[in-house]
Design a protein around this ligand. Sequence first.
Ligand SMILES: [Zn+2]
Length: 306
Amino acid sequence: MISETIKQRLATIEQLPSPLNTMLKDLPIEQLGYFSSTQVDDMCQAMTISRAELGLVLLPLASSFAVAPVSNFHVGAVAFDSAGNAYLGANFEFAGNHIGQTIHAEQSAIAHMWQRGATELALLVINYAPCGHCRQFINEVNIADKILRQADDENSHCQQDSVDTVDMAHAQAIHAHDHCHAPYSGNKCGIALEYAIEDTEKEDNTEIVTGRYAENAAYNPSLPALQVALNFRRMQGKDWQNIKRVVMVETTTNFSQVENTRSLLASINQSTNQDIPIEWYKGSANQSYLYNLQTHAIISVKTKHT
Ligand SMILES: [Zn+2]
């Protein structure tokens, strides 16, 4: 069954100029949120336009990802990294929850880029002038560039060697925690959301999407780990509801993301009326153990440097 969202997205593609619409129609629906530099170059060549112009042409496609039950205002953004790969983003609002949980389109495109491992923002194309909140967020990318790359370099040779009790969701949440951006508060946080996949022939019928905290110097424009994960899920063309399991690793300082996370999870799972407990662990500087803040159980994690 084709969902309403997908129908709308296909209709949006139909409206795009030719031959771009034909090129996009050939791609799987879940691959319309990200284009490699080769795909970007092919599209620019076929349309005889520049990268920036392509960004403008792709904005209606980007805004087709928006979820805006509060404002009904659909915003799109296209971020290009220094290698020329394109990452789409859109605004996301969560009905029934605090308006401050909203993700703006610019934040969405940048967080999407970050989740795919790129750190250098070269160009950002948007269909409305960025608000002050987003200008602050974009500014963080400029000043954070070095910090982010440093963090990645430091950890690139570090491999988690899990003991029995640590499964894939734990390992991925730890990785997200270690690679988050929290230079001001030190409150590092990573999250792993486990979804069931319909392909039952696969031995492991779950898939995991992770999110890592993107802190901002002005605090309010920060993007919590859960929002980063939901944004990435959505930009992969998938629904963010029906989460089966949540693992969160946090180095709590004098605040925590856990209550906001709990509240937002309740809002997005409203239709299924499921209560998703959070497996909430305390991270540590060297990641030699994880401490479950609810059950007080300790899981040891060996960190192997290769
Ligand atoms: Zn904004």
